[in-house]
Design a protein around this ligand. Sequence first.
Ligand SMILES: Cc1ncc(COP(=O)(O)O)c(C=O)c1O
Length: 380
Amino acid sequence: MLPCQRHLFDIPDDVAYLNCAYMSPLMKPVIDAGLSGLARKAHPWEITPDKFFIGSDEFRATAAQLIDCSADDVAIVPSASYGIATAARNLPVDRGQSILVLAEQFPSNYYSWQRLAADNGASLKVVPWPDDQDWTAAVLASLTADVAIAALPHVQWTSGGRLDLVRIAEACRKQGTALALDLTQSLGALPFSVREVQPDFAVAASYKWLLGPYSVGLLYVAPKWQDAGKPLDENWIQRANARDFSSLILYTENYDAGARRFDMGERSNFALLPAALRAMRQLLEWGVAEISETSGALNLRLAAAAENLGFSAPAESLRAPHYLCLRRKQAIPRGLPEMLAQEKVFVSVRGSSIRVTPHVYNTPEDCDRLIACLQRVAAT
Ligand SMILES: Cc1ncc(COP(=O)(O)O)c(C=O)c1O
């Protein structure tokens, strides 16, 4: 367990921010890194061509450490949707086959697959919401031979249900189903290893559990999709001759090594990358398993108190520790997040769940303040 890290953030004492799944707060050193990155452009003469590559490769190497792969396998993308669209551009699907998604899957990991299926005479197959909350079993039961691609998260975002990706990936490999992952609601807070799961593609936006800024993220691309892979946008910096600025108009067919061909245009963003990098370094210093345990302990306290008030959550063994979704028989009152916000308690409502997502800056007192609010909700 980590001691509370609130001192690294700018969170007033009277704010109980339990909403990392919406957007994480930036740490003070992350803001410093971003601001000094932005300020570099005050002196563009100091931004030499090598700077377009150094920061990007530092980002790649640190992201690779976080997901347990080689730096060459990481591309820099602006969003989860961009990473998923890249996967959809490269993974084949034939007429009559299907693409597997979960019930209530996040739109960025849905629309690209819907289009790919429609363009190829294939169909989307939706894993139904499991009555027993066991998303892993539900996915395994839906993984029939016609599934060409399984497009999944690590954590189902409206229930907090955790998928056992090692088992699912093994089942995918057995029958030749490709696996594309959206890790946006888990990476940085739930241990994940490319080496263990071996997905084809895996993306995570930085602005939630990676504690980074908005509009940047990482995309893992398995080596087998790198050599002939088609990027979403064709830009100069992905190409093999990019380091020689004077020869960029000697157009080349060849791309830079590994997953770099999938990098977004202007990927060397001098403000966002240093900030995202600083945040990932902090995550590595804390340790993802420790973060999971720390936020998990806060959620356990919340889940037990909420249960006494008539709310339920998936069993501890079936949910992600950092991600608590509370439901009850009666509907959640409309406008609940706004009512709580007046008391400076911040959570989200997603689907029919109150979503509570603490991090290492939260205290037991933050949880108690939410519990006091839920007591009032339960009394109405
Ligand atoms: C599961 C999941 N994936 C992705 C995103 C963000 O997607 P994008 O980066 O495409 O805006 C969110 C945001 O809430 C999310 O909950």
